[in-house]
Design a protein around this ligand. Structure first.
Ligand code: PLP
Length: 830
């Protein structure tokens, strides 16, 4: 028999009793694993193993969403409001009633932390936490298995959710902690229990819920009560003072100004790069980075000084530096229209953050005009008059020429006499009424609270690199993932196929969001694709389907799991692993009728004997692929493949000395053959919104929209022709629009001459003449009110995709994966 492999430290619902200290009020279902903790009812991770924790907030009560969570398929709950028990009257569920759900969540985090041996680095401070966290993870990538908190999860709820992600294989954790009032930090300290700490800067602004900035700094310092070493910059007096409660041997101070610091830092600016000279204990090390601005340099120095102190070698760190990525979540610089630059900080809005964003203006010497777009600022401790007079001072000191205010509060309270002020009540009004296209050689800082959705303004002023854009909606992706998760039996794992740039959508972004939603595995076709994911912070297990012996080094270095598909390949791997003494996780592919890659039944004995005599090859899984799962015509063949797979894998289980997972189903089979699930399924096209069986299409949303713009419009006379080969001949006077997409973008030449249509304002418009490499002409004679620059949709709905596929005599997979890399990908999260 094959054992279902479980991660060693799985927690079951019944185990929660000892952890969350509640009463088991309902226990209708057999015990299940607890993999996912859901606290946000808007974005649940739906799975048989999910547990919904109903949390009471100030403006929000999770208990109000219990019914919708039940409708969505969640069956395990932790609640605190006894009055809501009636929600469960007519369903079979398991429910714990606890005194306080946030406490319960924190206890879950605590439990995970106490069962992990990972060394934890914790980061706190007002600005830069997220960047420091990302950079530490990137720098350690080559030597550790790193877990980090997703996004900016740093609160009383975010921290335990992050810590919950620690698995037994992680060796290092990097978590950020933030507080909004007194007495919160000791709790976070207990859950994170950092061995090392980094205390980034502290802003100068007044903060709600604290009497002074000093008080807040002292509260934050409590994160390091149990830490061995704390890295900080001694030039920040308030930070330094707040740490004076600790003994000297705990303090890993660095300084630019104070020669008495244990570590001295000097920045030597060159034209493109900066040398960071770090002198510790009489030894000087120099690191070259392609960063120039003070904020980034300080953040990176924190990382370097901390990692040197832990014991990573200067040469190792220098090797990693060129691989650092700008962390584009919080503060990114983008190219705008007409030679402008945009600092995109549409992420949060407080005074400290505003100051941090403004300090970057000095990086841009060659702009003619400095513009700040600013929304209402949320801060309750001081009066609005005082708050906005501080904002005014800041804007003045950074010589801002123009401020565009968005929101009632800021518009009425902010006076900006040192420059121009233009006010709007909301974002859409600003988008419509401000002359964005007139901005020329400007620096545009866009900064605002999330709810104002200032990213729409960024999108408005961002330079369109190429008129054609593929918009990918991550919320639709989550919807589709949840739909398939609900189809799985309890305990069945989910592998997601992100080969071919995640079916054209963009591998890294999709990989990150899947990691966030805690899928179990990713799969790619080629080793390069796996390396790209690893290099960008994806630590999920990754299967590589088409590896070659030349890539063994790379597979090993990046911890990629090879598909082993033939005796020849296995022999090469056998020799390599023994010579190099390197461990490999592999997936054995069986040919059950696809006849592409895989072992035949009569090769299994030899394969097993090679593997049994090799201590380095670890069989994670045995799998096969169905040739016709999407078609009712081939049901019999699919059943035959399944039976053969069942027999062959059983045979291998008897032959091999080690246990493994089994997986067979692709998207189509998850729907059509629920009985083929085994231990894991491999989701592909369904995630991207196409239900190939066409049974459940209404439950899925296509995640991408391909659109372009009209470059030019002209009218031609009857009998004139359009484009190469003169195949487009006008049978009447015809209005022609040239659009900015061609076959090099993935808009196939087969679509020429009416073979496919595109959409303007929802109306179908046929292609006219031959599709060119970079452009296509369409007939807009019958469409009213069209002008140059208008949007043209290539596909958006499932029907569009199916129609295009049909015209090209292919399948939607090919349409999606043909979209070339030069097409700009834009990711939307709502
Ligand atoms: C691409 C692929 C899948 C996913 O197939 P979909 O039809 O997109 O769900 C599954 N398994 C293997 C081996 C694949 O190559």
């Amino acid at each position: 028999m094959i054992n279902r492999q479980q991660p060693e430290n799985s927690i079951y619902f019944s185990d929660l009793k000892g952890i969350v200290k509640g009463r088991l009020i309902k226990n209708d279902l057999p015990d299940r694993k607890v993999s996912y903790l859901v606290t946000d009812s808007r974005r649940p991770t739906l799975n048989a193993d999910s547990v919904f924790l109903a949390i009471k907030g100030i403006n929000h009560d999770g208990h109000n969403y219990i019914n919708s969570m039940i409708d969505a398929g969640i069956r395990q709950f932790i609640i605190e409001d006894e009055n809501k028990l009636e929600c469960f009257d007519s369903v079979e569920v398991n429910v714990f009633l606890v005194e306080n759900t946030i406490k319960a969540l924190q206890n879950l985090g605590l439990y995970k932390r106490n069962n992990s041996n990972a060394k934890i680095i914790a980061v706190t401070g007002s600005n830069g936490k997220t960047i420091i966290k990302e950079w530490i993870s990137q720098l350690l990538y080559d030597s550790e298995k790193v877990i980090q908190s997703p996004l900016s999860y740093n609160s009383q709820i975010g921290v335990p959710l992050s810590v919950w992600g620690i698995e037994s294989y992680h060796t290092i954790g990097v978590f950020e902690a933030g507080i909004s009032q007194k007495d919160e930090m000791p709790l976070l300290e207990k859950i994170i229990k950092p061995l090392y700490g980094i205390y980034a800067n502290i802003g100068s602004a007044h903060e709600s819920n604290f009497n002074s900035i000093e008080e807040k700094a002292k509260e934050k310092a409590k994160l390091f009560i149990g830490s061995k070493r704390i890295t900080y910059c001694g030039d920040h007096e308030i930070v330094k003072d707040s740490l004076s409660i600790y003994t000297d041997e705990k303090l890993n101070e660095w300084s630019v100004n104070n020669p008495d610091s244990e570590t001295n830092v000097k920045y030597i600016h060159k034209s493109e790069t900066t040398d960071i000279e770090i002198t510790r204990k009489g030894r000087k090390n120099s690191f070259t980075v392609s960063l120039n601005d003070a904020v980034s340099l300080e953040n990176l120095t924190h990382c370097l000084v901390c990692l040197l102190d832990i014991g990573y070698s200067p040469t190792y760190l220098q090797d990693q530096l060129p691989l650092l990525k700008e962390v584009d979540m919080r503060l990114t610089i983008k190219r705008g229209v007409n030679n402008s630059f945009i600092i995109d900080d549409t992420y949060n809005n407080d005074m400290a953050g505003l100051e941090a964003a403004l300090t970057r203006v000095n990086q841009f010497q060659h702009v003619d005009k400095r513009v700040v777009v600013l929304s209402d600022i949320q801060q309750s401790s001081i009066s609005k008059e005082l708050l906005y007079s501080q904002v005014e001072e800041l804007l003045k000191s950074f010589k801002i020429d123009e401020v565009i205010t968005i929101g009632e509060d800021i518009s009425s309270h902010l006076n900006y006499l040192s420059g121009r002020k233009i006010s709007f009540s909301d974002t859409s009004e600003a988008i419509t009424n401000y002359p964005w296209d007139d901005l020329d050689t400007s620096l545009i800082i866009v900064k605002g609270a999330r709810k104002f959705q200032l990213e729409k303004i960024v999108r408005r002023v961002e330079k369109k690199i190429h008129g054609t854009t593929l918009e990918i909606n991550l919320a639709s992706l989550a919807n589709n993932l949840n739909f398939y998760r609900q189809k799985l039996d309890p305990g069945v794992k989910m592998m997601v196929m992100v080969k071919a740039l995640a079916y054209g959508s963009g591998a890294i972004e999709i990989g990150k969001i899947l990691q966030f939603h805690r899928v179990d595995y990713l799969a790619v076709a080629y080793p390069d694709e796996g390396v790209n994911l690893r290099r960008n912070g994806i630590y999920l297990p990754i299967m590589v389907m088409n590896p070659s012996p030349e890539s063994f080094d790379m597979l090993h270095r990046y911890d990629l799991e090879a598909e082993v598909y033939s005796l020849n390949f296995l022999r090469r791997l056998n020799t390599y692993t023994i010579e190099e003494k390197k461990h490999f996780n592999v997936h054995i592919k069986l040919d059950t009728g696809m006849h592409r890659l895989g072992f035949n039944a009569d090769e299994l004995e030899e394969a097993a004997s090679i593997i049994n005599s090799n201590e380095f090859i670890h069989v994670k899984a045995v799998f096969s692929h169905l040739a016709g799962a999407d078609s009712s015509e081939h049901v019999e063949y699919s059943n035959y493949q399944n039976e053969l797979f069942s027999r062959m894998s059983e045979n291998l289980a008897n032959l091999l000395d080690q246990g493994f997972l089994r997986h067979l189903s692709n998207s189509a089979a998850i729907i059509r053959f629920p009985e083929f699930q085994y231990d894991m399924v491999r989701l592909g096209i369904g995630l991207y919104g196409i239900e190939v069986n066409e049974i459940h299409q209404e439950n899925l949303i296509p995640i991408s929209k391909l659109k372009t713009i009209i470059s030019q419009i002209r009218t031609i006379k009857k009998n004139e022709t359009v484009g190469y080969g003169r195949v487009g001949k006008a049978v009447r006077d015809t209005k022609i629009a040239t659009i900015a997409i061609g076959y090099a973008d993935g808009f196939s030449r087969i679509f020429s001459n009416g073979n496919a249509s595109v959409y303007i304002k929802g109306q179908k418009v046929p292609v006219f003449g031959n599709v060119c490499m970079d452009m296509t002409m369409i007939d807009i004679t019958d469409i009213e009110d069209v002008k140059e620059g208008d949007e043209v949709v290539i596909f958006e709905t499932t029907q569009h995709l199916l129609d295009l596929a049909k015209s090209a005599r292919t399948i939607p997979y090919e349409i999606l994966t043909n979209i070339s890399e030069r097409v700009n990908r834009v990711f939307l999260s709502e």
